[in-house]
Design a protein around this ligand. Structure first.
Ligand SMILES: [Zn+2]
Length: 403
Protein backbone atom coordinates (compact mmCIF):
# COMPACT_ATOMS: atom_id res chain seq x y z
CA UNK A 1 0.00 0.00 0.00
CA UNK A 2 1.46 3.34 -1.11
CA UNK A 3 1.04 6.58 0.84
CA UNK A 4 -0.34 8.53 -2.10
CA UNK A 5 -1.49 7.88 -5.66
CA UNK A 6 -2.21 10.59 -8.22
CA UNK A 7 -3.98 9.71 -11.45
CA UNK A 8 -4.37 11.95 -14.48
CA UNK A 9 -2.45 13.91 -17.11
CA UNK A 10 1.16 13.91 -15.93
CA UNK A 11 4.40 15.28 -17.35
CA UNK A 12 7.02 12.56 -17.21
CA UNK A 13 9.14 12.94 -20.35
CA UNK A 14 5.96 13.85 -22.18
CA UNK A 15 2.40 14.58 -21.19
CA UNK A 16 0.29 11.45 -20.79
CA UNK A 17 -2.28 9.85 -18.55
CA UNK A 18 -0.40 8.16 -15.71
CA UNK A 19 -0.55 6.84 -12.19
CA UNK A 20 2.10 8.30 -9.86
CA UNK A 21 2.70 6.50 -6.57
CA UNK A 22 4.48 8.02 -3.58
CA UNK A 23 6.02 6.26 -0.64
CA UNK A 24 7.91 7.91 2.23
CA UNK A 25 8.15 11.18 0.35
CA UNK A 26 9.69 9.67 -2.76
CA UNK A 27 8.13 8.77 -6.10
CA UNK A 28 8.00 4.98 -5.99
CA UNK A 29 6.38 4.15 -9.29
CA UNK A 30 4.99 5.85 -12.40
CA UNK A 31 2.79 3.68 -14.55
CA UNK A 32 0.21 3.75 -17.33
CA UNK A 33 -1.85 1.26 -15.37
CA UNK A 34 -3.01 1.15 -11.80
CA UNK A 35 -0.49 -1.01 -9.93
CA UNK A 36 -1.64 -0.93 -6.32
CA UNK A 37 -3.67 0.79 -3.66
CA UNK A 38 -2.81 3.88 -1.64
CA UNK A 39 -3.91 5.48 1.62
CA UNK A 40 -4.91 8.50 -0.38
CA UNK A 41 -5.81 8.76 -4.06
CA UNK A 42 -6.09 11.98 -6.00
CA UNK A 43 -7.99 11.87 -9.27
CA UNK A 44 -7.18 14.84 -11.52
CA UNK A 45 -9.96 16.39 -13.59
CA UNK A 46 -9.73 16.87 -17.36
CA UNK A 47 -8.46 20.46 -17.04
CA UNK A 48 -5.70 19.57 -14.56
CA UNK A 49 -2.19 18.18 -14.93
CA UNK A 50 0.62 17.06 -12.69
CA UNK A 51 4.07 18.62 -13.16
CA UNK A 52 7.27 18.51 -11.13
CA UNK A 53 7.65 21.42 -8.67
CA UNK A 54 10.14 24.14 -9.59
CA UNK A 55 13.56 25.04 -8.17
CA UNK A 56 14.33 28.77 -8.30
CA UNK A 57 18.05 29.56 -8.24
CA UNK A 58 17.75 33.31 -7.73
CA UNK A 59 15.57 34.67 -4.94
CA UNK A 60 15.99 37.54 -2.47
CA UNK A 61 14.18 36.38 0.65
CA UNK A 62 15.15 39.66 2.45
CA UNK A 63 14.04 39.66 6.13
CA UNK A 64 16.46 41.03 8.79
CA UNK A 65 17.01 44.74 8.10
CA UNK A 66 14.78 44.47 5.04
CA UNK A 67 11.76 42.91 6.74
CA UNK A 68 9.56 45.78 5.62
CA UNK A 69 10.19 44.66 1.99
CA UNK A 70 9.75 40.91 2.55
CA UNK A 71 10.35 38.20 5.13
CA UNK A 72 11.43 34.59 4.75
CA UNK A 73 7.85 33.69 5.61
CA UNK A 74 6.15 35.95 3.05
CA UNK A 75 8.66 35.11 0.30
CA UNK A 76 8.53 31.35 0.76
CA UNK A 77 4.73 31.34 1.05
CA UNK A 78 4.64 33.06 -2.31
CA UNK A 79 7.09 30.46 -3.65
CA UNK A 80 4.74 27.66 -2.59
CA UNK A 81 1.74 29.42 -4.11
CA UNK A 82 3.65 29.52 -7.38
CA UNK A 83 4.63 25.83 -7.36
CA UNK A 84 8.26 26.46 -6.32
CA UNK A 85 9.51 24.09 -3.59
CA UNK A 86 13.22 24.98 -3.50
CA UNK A 87 14.71 28.49 -3.46
CA UNK A 88 18.30 29.76 -3.52
CA UNK A 89 18.61 32.88 -1.36
CA UNK A 90 20.82 35.81 -2.45
CA UNK A 91 23.32 37.40 -0.03
CA UNK A 92 22.84 41.17 -0.48
CA UNK A 93 20.90 41.11 2.75
CA UNK A 94 21.04 43.72 5.51
CA UNK A 95 23.70 43.02 6.80
CA UNK A 96 25.36 41.49 3.73
CA UNK A 97 26.35 37.81 4.07
CA UNK A 98 30.13 38.31 4.30
CA UNK A 99 31.04 36.24 7.40
CA UNK A 100 30.62 32.59 8.41
CA UNK A 101 28.70 33.69 11.49
CA UNK A 102 26.14 35.57 9.38
CA UNK A 103 25.78 32.52 7.12
CA UNK A 104 25.03 30.37 10.19
CA UNK A 105 22.50 32.89 11.50
CA UNK A 106 20.85 33.05 8.08
CA UNK A 107 20.56 29.24 7.90
CA UNK A 108 18.89 29.23 11.34
CA UNK A 109 16.47 31.97 10.37
CA UNK A 110 15.40 30.32 7.12
CA UNK A 111 15.16 26.85 8.68
CA UNK A 112 12.83 28.17 11.35
CA UNK A 113 10.47 30.07 9.07
CA UNK A 114 10.70 28.77 5.49
CA UNK A 115 7.81 26.99 3.76
CA UNK A 116 10.11 25.44 1.15
CA UNK A 117 13.56 23.83 0.84
CA UNK A 118 16.39 26.30 0.49
CA UNK A 119 20.07 26.91 -0.13
CA UNK A 120 22.25 29.96 0.32
CA UNK A 121 24.59 32.09 -1.74
CA UNK A 122 27.19 33.97 0.30
CA UNK A 123 29.01 37.21 -0.48
CA UNK A 124 32.77 37.63 -0.64
CA UNK A 125 34.36 37.28 2.81
CA UNK A 126 37.34 39.49 3.78
CA UNK A 127 39.83 36.98 2.36
CA UNK A 128 39.41 34.06 -0.06
CA UNK A 129 40.68 31.57 2.52
CA UNK A 130 37.58 32.28 4.66
CA UNK A 131 35.51 30.60 1.95
CA UNK A 132 36.17 27.25 3.66
CA UNK A 133 34.31 28.48 6.71
CA UNK A 134 31.55 30.01 4.57
CA UNK A 135 30.99 26.62 3.00
CA UNK A 136 31.05 24.82 6.34
CA UNK A 137 28.55 27.34 7.70
CA UNK A 138 26.13 26.29 4.94
CA UNK A 139 26.68 28.29 1.73
CA UNK A 140 26.58 26.35 -1.56
CA UNK A 141 27.70 29.19 -3.85
CA UNK A 142 29.51 32.49 -3.93
CA UNK A 143 27.78 35.50 -5.49
CA UNK A 144 29.77 38.26 -7.20
CA UNK A 145 28.03 41.62 -7.49
CA UNK A 146 29.42 44.26 -9.90
CA UNK A 147 31.51 45.74 -7.04
CA UNK A 148 33.09 42.29 -6.48
CA UNK A 149 34.15 41.56 -10.06
CA UNK A 150 37.57 43.19 -9.52
CA UNK A 151 38.41 40.25 -7.25
CA UNK A 152 36.85 37.61 -9.46
CA UNK A 153 39.89 35.42 -10.21
CA UNK A 154 41.28 34.98 -6.73
CA UNK A 155 37.91 34.16 -5.19
CA UNK A 156 36.59 32.01 -8.07
CA UNK A 157 39.79 29.96 -8.05
CA UNK A 158 39.52 29.35 -4.31
CA UNK A 159 35.79 28.63 -4.51
CA UNK A 160 36.36 26.13 -7.30
CA UNK A 161 38.92 24.20 -5.23
CA UNK A 162 36.38 23.94 -2.40
CA UNK A 163 33.52 22.87 -4.66
CA UNK A 164 31.65 26.13 -4.11
CA UNK A 165 29.91 27.38 -7.24
CA UNK A 166 30.43 30.93 -8.51
CA UNK A 167 27.54 33.12 -9.63
CA UNK A 168 28.10 36.47 -11.33
CA UNK A 169 25.99 39.58 -11.74
CA UNK A 170 27.73 40.68 -14.91
CA UNK A 171 27.58 44.47 -15.23
CA UNK A 172 30.57 46.78 -15.31
CA UNK A 173 30.22 48.93 -12.20
CA UNK A 174 31.82 52.04 -13.73
CA UNK A 175 29.16 52.15 -16.47
CA UNK A 176 26.05 51.66 -14.32
CA UNK A 177 24.04 54.87 -14.20
CA UNK A 178 26.04 56.51 -17.03
CA UNK A 179 25.23 57.23 -20.68
CA UNK A 180 27.14 54.07 -21.64
CA UNK A 181 25.00 51.91 -19.34
CA UNK A 182 23.64 49.86 -22.25
CA UNK A 183 27.13 48.36 -22.61
CA UNK A 184 27.63 47.52 -18.92
CA UNK A 185 26.49 43.92 -19.26
CA UNK A 186 28.25 43.05 -22.51
CA UNK A 187 31.53 44.58 -21.29
CA UNK A 188 31.46 42.63 -18.06
CA UNK A 189 30.56 39.39 -19.87
CA UNK A 190 33.39 39.85 -22.40
CA UNK A 191 35.88 40.41 -19.62
CA UNK A 192 34.63 37.48 -17.50
CA UNK A 193 34.56 35.06 -20.41
CA UNK A 194 38.26 35.79 -20.96
CA UNK A 195 39.09 35.26 -17.29
CA UNK A 196 37.10 32.07 -16.52
CA UNK A 197 39.20 28.90 -16.32
CA UNK A 198 37.81 25.64 -17.63
CA UNK A 199 37.42 23.95 -14.27
CA UNK A 200 35.48 26.82 -12.65
CA UNK A 201 31.75 26.40 -12.29
CA UNK A 202 30.39 29.83 -13.19
CA UNK A 203 26.75 30.74 -13.61
CA UNK A 204 25.80 34.00 -15.31
CA UNK A 205 22.77 35.37 -13.46
CA UNK A 206 19.90 37.24 -15.18
CA UNK A 207 21.39 37.71 -18.65
CA UNK A 208 19.38 40.41 -20.42
CA UNK A 209 20.95 41.35 -23.77
CA UNK A 210 21.32 39.51 -27.07
CA UNK A 211 25.03 40.44 -27.21
CA UNK A 212 25.82 38.99 -23.79
CA UNK A 213 23.76 35.91 -24.57
CA UNK A 214 25.78 35.20 -27.73
CA UNK A 215 29.08 35.65 -25.90
CA UNK A 216 28.08 33.20 -23.20
CA UNK A 217 26.76 30.65 -25.67
CA UNK A 218 30.19 30.87 -27.29
CA UNK A 219 31.94 30.35 -23.95
CA UNK A 220 29.73 27.32 -23.26
CA UNK A 221 31.25 25.62 -26.29
CA UNK A 222 34.61 25.71 -24.48
CA UNK A 223 33.44 24.84 -21.00
CA UNK A 224 30.56 22.68 -19.89
CA UNK A 225 30.77 24.37 -16.47
CA UNK A 226 29.59 27.76 -17.68
CA UNK A 227 25.84 28.16 -17.28
CA UNK A 228 23.34 30.89 -17.92
CA UNK A 229 20.18 32.05 -16.26
CA UNK A 230 17.37 34.32 -17.49
CA UNK A 231 14.66 36.11 -15.52
CA UNK A 232 10.98 36.38 -16.54
CA UNK A 233 11.14 40.19 -16.80
CA UNK A 234 13.99 40.04 -19.33
CA UNK A 235 12.59 37.24 -21.45
CA UNK A 236 8.90 38.17 -21.52
CA UNK A 237 8.62 41.97 -21.35
CA UNK A 238 10.42 44.88 -23.04
CA UNK A 239 11.22 48.22 -21.46
CA UNK A 240 8.70 50.28 -23.43
CA UNK A 241 5.73 48.08 -22.62
CA UNK A 242 6.69 47.94 -18.97
CA UNK A 243 7.11 51.70 -18.64
CA UNK A 244 3.61 52.10 -20.11
CA UNK A 245 2.29 49.83 -17.40
CA UNK A 246 4.17 50.88 -14.29
CA UNK A 247 6.31 53.92 -15.21
CA UNK A 248 9.37 54.57 -12.98
CA UNK A 249 8.69 51.35 -11.07
CA UNK A 250 10.13 49.49 -14.11
CA UNK A 251 13.60 49.91 -12.54
CA UNK A 252 15.56 46.68 -12.26
CA UNK A 253 19.25 45.59 -12.51
CA UNK A 254 20.19 44.79 -15.25
CA UNK A 255 17.58 47.12 -16.78
CA UNK A 256 14.71 45.99 -19.00
CA UNK A 257 15.76 45.88 -22.65
CA UNK A 258 14.51 46.47 -26.19
CA UNK A 259 11.97 44.32 -28.05
CA UNK A 260 14.87 42.88 -30.07
CA UNK A 261 16.76 41.70 -27.01
CA UNK A 262 13.59 40.22 -25.55
CA UNK A 263 12.74 38.31 -28.70
CA UNK A 264 16.28 36.95 -29.04
CA UNK A 265 16.25 35.79 -25.41
CA UNK A 266 12.82 34.24 -25.86
CA UNK A 267 13.96 32.44 -29.00
CA UNK A 268 16.98 31.05 -27.11
CA UNK A 269 14.67 29.89 -24.32
CA UNK A 270 12.30 27.98 -26.58
CA UNK A 271 15.27 26.63 -28.57
CA UNK A 272 16.60 25.00 -25.42
CA UNK A 273 19.78 27.14 -25.27
CA UNK A 274 19.13 28.55 -21.78
CA UNK A 275 20.14 26.54 -18.72
CA UNK A 276 17.98 28.10 -16.04
CA UNK A 277 14.90 30.25 -15.64
CA UNK A 278 14.99 32.03 -12.26
CA UNK A 279 12.84 34.85 -10.95
CA UNK A 280 15.38 37.20 -9.33
CA UNK A 281 12.43 37.76 -6.96
CA UNK A 282 13.53 41.11 -5.48
CA UNK A 283 10.82 42.67 -3.32
CA UNK A 284 10.45 46.38 -2.51
CA UNK A 285 7.59 48.42 -1.08
CA UNK A 286 5.31 50.54 -3.24
CA UNK A 287 6.96 53.73 -1.96
CA UNK A 288 10.42 52.40 -2.79
CA UNK A 289 9.29 51.65 -6.36
CA UNK A 290 7.37 54.89 -7.05
CA UNK A 291 9.88 57.59 -6.19
CA UNK A 292 12.60 59.66 -7.90
CA UNK A 293 15.22 56.98 -7.27
CA UNK A 294 13.26 53.72 -7.48
CA UNK A 295 14.74 50.50 -6.01
CA UNK A 296 15.58 47.87 -8.63
CA UNK A 297 13.67 44.58 -8.85
CA UNK A 298 10.28 42.89 -8.79
CA UNK A 299 8.52 40.06 -6.95
CA UNK A 300 7.73 37.10 -9.21
CA UNK A 301 7.61 33.81 -7.28
CA UNK A 302 3.82 33.55 -7.33
CA UNK A 303 3.50 33.87 -11.09
CA UNK A 304 6.81 32.69 -12.59
CA UNK A 305 5.90 29.04 -13.23
CA UNK A 306 2.34 29.57 -14.59
CA UNK A 307 3.70 32.49 -16.65
CA UNK A 308 6.44 30.30 -18.13
CA UNK A 309 3.91 27.58 -18.97
CA UNK A 310 1.64 30.17 -20.57
CA UNK A 311 4.41 31.80 -22.64
CA UNK A 312 6.28 28.74 -23.89
CA UNK A 313 3.18 26.50 -24.01
CA UNK A 314 5.42 23.42 -23.81
CA UNK A 315 5.86 21.64 -20.47
CA UNK A 316 9.05 19.99 -21.76
CA UNK A 317 10.81 23.37 -22.08
CA UNK A 318 9.29 24.79 -18.90
CA UNK A 319 10.30 21.76 -16.83
CA UNK A 320 13.84 21.71 -18.26
CA UNK A 321 14.69 25.28 -17.31
CA UNK A 322 12.72 25.63 -14.08
CA UNK A 323 12.68 22.10 -12.62
CA UNK A 324 15.14 19.59 -14.09
CA UNK A 325 18.32 21.60 -14.72
CA UNK A 326 18.21 23.74 -11.56
CA UNK A 327 17.76 20.60 -9.44
CA UNK A 328 20.60 18.80 -11.24
CA UNK A 329 22.78 21.87 -10.71
CA UNK A 330 22.11 21.71 -6.96
CA UNK A 331 22.65 17.95 -6.95
CA UNK A 332 19.19 17.19 -5.56
CA UNK A 333 16.76 14.47 -6.61
CA UNK A 334 13.96 16.75 -7.73
CA UNK A 335 12.55 18.15 -10.93
CA UNK A 336 11.34 14.92 -12.51
CA UNK A 337 8.28 12.79 -11.97
CA UNK A 338 10.04 9.45 -12.03
CA UNK A 339 10.97 6.77 -9.51
CA UNK A 340 13.61 7.70 -6.94
CA UNK A 341 12.90 11.43 -7.06
CA UNK A 342 11.42 13.52 -4.23
CA UNK A 343 7.66 13.74 -4.61
CA UNK A 344 7.74 17.53 -5.10
CA UNK A 345 4.89 18.02 -7.52
CA UNK A 346 2.38 20.63 -8.65
CA UNK A 347 -1.19 20.27 -9.86
CA UNK A 348 -1.78 22.90 -12.53
CA UNK A 349 -5.27 23.80 -13.64
CA UNK A 350 -6.12 25.38 -16.99
CA UNK A 351 -7.65 28.63 -15.87
CA UNK A 352 -7.58 32.10 -17.43
CA UNK A 353 -6.77 34.81 -14.94
CA UNK A 354 -5.31 38.29 -15.01
CA UNK A 355 -2.18 39.03 -13.03
CA UNK A 356 -2.90 41.51 -10.25
CA UNK A 357 0.03 42.47 -8.05
CA UNK A 358 -2.36 43.62 -5.33
CA UNK A 359 -3.30 39.95 -4.80
CA UNK A 360 0.27 38.78 -4.11
CA UNK A 361 1.09 37.21 -0.75
CA UNK A 362 4.58 38.66 -1.18
CA UNK A 363 4.83 42.04 0.55
CA UNK A 364 5.97 43.44 -2.81
CA UNK A 365 3.12 43.96 -5.25
CA UNK A 366 4.44 45.97 -8.17
CA UNK A 367 4.90 43.67 -11.17
CA UNK A 368 5.91 44.31 -14.79
CA UNK A 369 3.25 41.75 -15.73
CA UNK A 370 0.33 43.67 -14.24
CA UNK A 371 -2.83 42.94 -16.27
CA UNK A 372 -1.33 40.13 -18.37
CA UNK A 373 -3.18 36.85 -18.69
CA UNK A 374 -2.06 33.54 -17.22
CA UNK A 375 -3.42 30.37 -18.80
CA UNK A 376 -2.87 28.28 -15.67
CA UNK A 377 -3.23 28.42 -11.94
CA UNK A 378 -1.45 26.36 -9.28
CA UNK A 379 -4.03 24.26 -7.47
CA UNK A 380 -2.00 21.96 -5.23
CA UNK A 381 1.67 21.64 -4.28
CA UNK A 382 3.33 18.62 -2.68
CA UNK A 383 6.70 18.59 -0.89
CA UNK A 384 7.98 15.02 -0.50
CA UNK A 385 4.43 13.77 -0.87
CA UNK A 386 3.01 16.09 1.78
CA UNK A 387 0.30 18.50 0.71
CA UNK A 388 2.00 21.87 1.33
CA UNK A 389 -0.42 24.11 -0.53
CA UNK A 390 -4.02 23.64 -1.57
CA UNK A 391 -6.33 26.18 -3.23
CA UNK A 392 -4.11 29.10 -2.25
CA UNK A 393 -3.46 28.06 1.35
CA UNK A 394 0.22 27.40 2.17
CA UNK A 395 1.01 24.97 5.00
CA UNK A 396 4.36 24.55 6.68
CA UNK A 397 5.79 21.03 6.24
CA UNK A 398 9.32 20.01 7.20
CA UNK A 399 11.92 21.65 4.95
CA UNK A 400 15.55 20.97 4.10
CA UNK A 401 18.68 23.03 3.83
CA UNK A 402 20.66 22.07 0.71
CA UNK A 403 24.44 22.44 0.97
ZN1 LIG B 1 19.21 39.33 -7.77
Amino acid sequence: VFDLAIHGKTFSGDLQELWTYVEKGVIACVSKKRVGSADETLELSADEMLLPAATDLHVHLRDWGHSHKETVESATKSALLGGVTTVADMPNTQPELTTPDLVRRRVQLIKSSSYVDFCLHCSLPREPKLLIEMKEAGAYALKFYPKDLYFFEEYAEYASKLGLKSVVHAEELALIGTAAEAKAELNAVKSLVRRIRKEWEVRFAHISTAGALRRILGAKLNSSKVTLEVAPHHVFVDRQSCVKRIGVASAVRPPLRSKRDVSELFFALVSNLIDFYATDHAPHTRDEKFCPNPSPGFPALEIAYPLLMTKVSDPAIACKVYCERPAEYLGIKKGFIKPGYDADMVVFRRFQQRIQGSNFVSKARITPFEGEYLGYSVKKVFIRGELACSSGLPQRVSVRHIK
